[in-house]
Design a protein around this ligand. Structure first.
Ligand code: 7TS
Length: 413
């Protein structure tokens, strides 16, 4: 039996906050190990929706009545919560989006169209999720920009020497993830930002898999842009964050037009735009979701991010050791610096079949390409199985997963 008692996380108490963890799947207790896709939601966050729709549902910013004031205060209060969560300098550097994907598309379409031209280079990496590849490809064909790709080694570690070789005076933007969703590699983003800035390039960091699992300090990293999603950090779907340095956001044009983002609209004189961040928040936002995201980040603070990171690291270690003895199993992504993601393939057993059969045992893992097809193809596979961990997972659940995997692999081979 694994002993985690030296860590101070009271996992039984943490689990009591998650009603969904009491449910069964195929008559077995749910073991939820698909946290990199979406994390489960604590009751404190669920309760925000009830309180909002029962108590102060109103559109924000434009009302002068009490409900509108209350909703606006809660919505704008979350901006401050997010600012503190990632240690941004000012709340106006926080733009609410639908998620990481929309945040990256915002940068591509606003900053990208204003700052990139034929022959300019955007440097991404082999580790990227499709959402940090495709927006640049869409721009590339239109603007004539060139996408260059930082390679990875056999452990799934970005080749920093190749990065320094690839970056040059044509490089305008480096766009990389902080943590890889497919392999769990933690990238040295502060050092990469330093190199980018040395070359006069900007850096966009996709923090979708970092914000839920480790303390993020955008000023310490010196990120120009940093993106993450609410639903991976114990918050709701439909909301995410783009952090941008104020001077960059101020210089960027709007990317969507509509209500909320203007100062004045006229047919006679040019329409003028609101100050940041509202310039980038056209239309009615996901008000309840934003407020609930704020509660989710507070929840993380109540548990303690350092404790969550240490707990998940131990779960990863326990799981990695557990699967080691399974014949024919190969872990993909063996970086020395890794977040709580265990990606693997098994000789002679299809990832899809493993996923389906282990679900029969109540264990939820993800199988497929994890929206990282270029990465997987460079490792000669088109799918892996992926178990990924969160604060509420236990060593006992890891044991159930490992035993289940042994059984399933035994059936398939
Ligand atoms: N970037 C990374 C590194 C991600 O892991 C994901 C989602 C995204 C961007 C996109 O986030 P979204 O909230 O805008 O969809 N990753 C996964 C995954 O690994 N399995 O399902 C979604």
């Amino acid at each position: 039996m694994a002993d985690f008692s030296d860590l101070l996380l009271d996992v039984a108490r943490v689990r009591r906050d998650f009603p969904i963890l009491d449910r069964e799947v195929h008559g077995k207790p749910l073991v939820y190990l698909d946290n990199a896709a979406t994390s489960q939601t604590p009751r404190q966050v669920i309760e925000v929706f009830d309180a909002y729709y029962r108590g102060y549902n109103a559109n924000i910013h434009r009302g002068l009545h009490t409900l509108a004031d209350e909703a606006t205060a809660a919505f704008e209060g979350t901006r401050e919560t997010v600012r503190a969560f990632i240690n941004a300098g000012e709340a106006r550097e926080i733009v609410f989006t639908r998620g990481t994907t929309e945040a990256i598309n915002l940068v591509a379409n606003s900053w990208g169209r204003a700052n990139l031209g034929p022959g300019d280079e955007v440097l991404i990496s082999r580790l990227e999720h499709h959402s940090n590849i495709v927006p640049w490809q869409l721009l590339a064909s239109e603007l004539g920009i060139v996408i260059k790709v930082i390679p990875v080694d056999e452990r799934g570690v970005l080749d920093q020497a190749a990065y320094r070789d690839l970056i040059g005076e044509r490089t305008k933007l480096v766009a990389v993830n902080h943590v890889s969703n497919a392999f769990g590699t933690i990238n040295p983003v502060a050092e990469m930002a330093r190199v980018a800035h040395e070359h006069g390039a900007r850096i966009l960091i996709d923090g979708a898999q970092a914000a839920p699992h480790q303390r993020v300090d955008v000023r310490d990293i010196d990120a120009d842009f940093y993106a993450f999603s609410g639903h991976k950090v114990y918050g709701p779907t439909g909301v995410g964050v783009l952090y941008g340095k104020a001077e960059l956001l101020e210089a960027m044009p709007p990317w969507q037009g509509g209500g909320e983002m203007i100062k004045t609209v006229s047919f006679e004189t040019p329409t003028t735009f609101a100050a940041i961040p509202h310039k980038f928040e056209a239309g009615t936002p996901a008000i309840a979701e934003v407020i609930a995201l704020g509660r989710a980040l507070q929840w993380v603070g109540e548990i303690g991010m350092e404790l969550i990171s240490a707990w998940e690291a131990r779960l990863l270690q326990h799981a990695s050791e557990g699967v080691e003895t399974i014949d024919g199993l190969r872990i993909l992504g063996t970086a020395p610096d890794k977040a709580g993601v265990l990606s693997f393939v098994v000789d002679g057993a299809h990832s899809q079949d493993i996923g389906l059969l282990i679900d029969q045992l109540g264990v939820a893992i993800r199988t497929g390409h994890h929206c990282a097809q270029p990465l997987l193809s460079s490792f000669g596979v088109d799918a892996t199985c992926r178990a990924s961990f969160a604060a509420y997972n236990t060593p006992e659940e890891v044991d159930i997963f490992v035993e289940g995997l042994e059984r399933v692999v035994g059936m398939l081979r």
